[in-house]
Design a protein around this ligand. Structure first.
Ligand SMILES: O=C(O)c1ccccc1N[C@@H]1O[C@H](COP(=O)(O)O)[C@@H](O)[C@H]1O
Length: 216
């Protein structure tokens, strides 16, 4: 990353309940993610997405997570979303075809060249970096080696993968990402967030934001 951002932003992902959405908004979370991949334990359908999205006020970003989705599904969901998150093997052209802002999730398999991927997905708003487990597109709850993220990467980085209230401070100090994305680390059960864990995560990010050096 060219400069450390003034503050690392927060995305909570895998929300399925209106009460969790309201709680996240009240805590000041920047972005809320909804999983539109039907095989996920956190999946929501279009009707539920509409219900959850209606709880989100202006200036909080509604993110739809897709895994190699049929274009018809993305089109159906798009009116309820501000940002598309592509978490499968979508090509740059497939990400761009909707004319909407989008981010690309990259799973950190061995040998992945992030500079090359950043050039390939140059039209993305950011790259989301997640742990790699063969056969699983994401949401593994696993951490990857953060030292693999080059400091010279010019795309904004959203750090994901196994983040929790316990490790998020270290992650922000080490990586200085544009944003962090958490799902399993604040859950009571898949799709159900735990109120105290949500608050603890937000608190730890605020502490890290105050205590780290910024250059930007
Ligand atoms: O959450 C899911 O079920 C999921 C399914 C398919 C792709 C991505 C998924 N989740 C995303 O994975 C990262 C990391 O999650 P975690 O914090 O390690 O549980 C995050 O962006 C989730 O939203």
């Amino acid at each position: 990353m060219s400069a450390v951002p003034a503050r690392t932003r927060i995305k909570f992902c895998g929300l399925t309940r209106p009460a969790d959405v309201r709680r996240a908004v009240a805590l000041g979370v920047d972005a809320l993610g909804f999983v539109l991949w039907p095989a996920s334990k956190r999946a929501v359908d279009v009707a539920t997405l509409a219900e959850l999205a209606a709880e989100v006020p202006a200036f909080v970003t509604r993110v739809g997570l897709f895994v190699d989705a049929a274009p018809e599904l993305v089109e159906q969901c798009a009116p309820h979303l501000d940002l598309l998150q592509f978490h499968g093997n979508e090509s740059p052209a497939e990400c761009e075809r909707y004319g909407r802002a989008w981010i690309k999730a990259l799973r950190m398999r061995d040998g992945l060249d992030l500079h090359r991927e950043a050039a390939r997905y140059s039209a993305s708003s950011a790259l989301l970096l997640d742990a790699y487990r063969p056969g699983v597109p994401g949401g593994t709850g696993e951490v990857f080696d953060w030292s693999r993220i080059p400091a010279t990467l010019t795309k904004p980085v959203i750090l994901a993968g196994g983040l929790t209230p316990d490790n998020i401070g270290r992650a922000i100090h080490q990586v200085g990402p544009h944003a962090v994305d958490v799902s399993g680390g604040i859950e009571a059960f898949p799709g159900g967030k735990e109120s105290a864990a949500m608050a603890a995560f937000v608190r730890e990010v605020a502490i890290a934001n105050q205590t780290r050096k910024t250059t930007g």
